[in-house]
Design a protein around this ligand. Structure first.
Ligand code: ADP
Ligand code: MG
Length: 287
């Protein structure tokens, strides 16, 4: 490998907004056989909005006040929605984030739970006939969260996040380059499938806890495949480090950018097939 052609390659990549941390990463990129992409903030814009809410005003007030303590994009959507509705927020006395499941907060003398089925099961909340309603939102690609106050089910808040416009084309190009493309998410299977379908991904690994994301990468590697991970979140960092190539979304968290081998500016997914193309061209020049 001539250092000069690698330098030319990384320079060319940088001009396009593909920032490799070193030439060795550019070299390794041409060996990739599989690519795993996080859903929220990577394939989608990461700016979810509330589309449906089935509870009453008091529920919205407690729900939104509780979510103020969360840094999750889902929380941001709920707080924005309540603000728009002119809801007065109340002070939160205790707050626990339960990674991959939701939140558990104490405010106005009440316990507020917001999250997925697993969270409600773990707290023995009877959600009655909500299951069918949940499914209806999920097949539309929405993330639906259940709300319970003092152990009683109070409604659903559903949130939708739109895919990046160029995501389908980027996925198409990656497949054309011969890569196996997989979506990895903490969200539920049905929502994940709906989003995957919109962008043309047919392999989905859903319901993965933040600490399990890296294990999923190791599983693919154990089949002898060189794999890239693309992610934006703090919870993607271990998977980005584990992957043969970690790709951070430039609009994502600092933690993800630190953990990755390269960053794509503006989170433009088309830069990924472009990086692979530049890598192949560079290696061809070396040989
Ligand atoms: P992702 O991989 O999409 O970032 P997470 O692992 O962060 O997903 O979360 C998985 C699921 O846990 C969410 O789809 C949601 O149901 C629930 N959840 C996580 N954080 C919150 C929150 N702040 N409020 C309500 N639900 C949450
Ligand atoms: Mg994400």
């Amino acid at each position: 490998a001539t250092p000069t052609s690698i330098m030319v390659g990384t320079g060319k990549a940088a001009e396009s907004g593909i920032l490799f941390k070193g030439g060795e990463h550019l070299e390794r990129t041409h060996q990739l056989e599989a690519i795993v992409l996080d859903k929220t903030g990577t394939i989608t814009k990461g700016k979810p909005e509330v589309t449906d809410f089935t509870g009453d005003d008091e529920t919205l007030q407690l729900l939104a006040s509780a979510e103020k303590g969360s840094e999750h994009p889902l929380a941001g959507a709920i707080v924005a929605h309540a603000t728009e509705k002119g809801i007065d927020f109340v002070e939160v006395d205790e707050f626990d984030a339960i990674p991959g499941h939701g939140i558990d907060a104490r405010l106005a003398g009440k316990q507020v739970l917001v999250g997925n089925r697993k969270l409600m099961q773990d707290h023995q909340v009877d959600v009655g006939g909500a299951e069918q309603e949940l499914v209806n939102y999920e097949v539309e690609g929405k993330t639906a969260m259940l709300i319970a106050i003092d152990g009683k089910y109070r409604g659903i808040v559903a949130v939708a996040d739109t895919i990046k416009e160029t995501a389908p084309e980027a996925i198409r190009q990656l497949k054309e380059q011969g890569l196996e493309v997989i979506m990895l998410t903490g969200d539920n299977e049905r929502t994940a499938q709906a989003i995957a379908e919109q962008v043309g991904i047919d392999k989905v690994i859903a319901g993965v806890l933040p600490e399990e994301k890296a294990d999923k990468i190791k599983e693919i590697q154990s089949k002898g495949k060189k794999v890239a991970m693309v992610g934006d979140g703090v919870n993607d960092a271990p998977a980005l480090v584990t992957a043969d190539i970690g790709i951070a979304i430039g609009t994502g968290t600092e933690v993800a950018i630190e953990a990755a081998d390269l960053t794509i500016l503006g989170g433009e997914l088309l830069l990924i097939p472009k990086a692979i193309k530049i890598s192949h061209a560079t290696i061809k020049n070396i040989r």
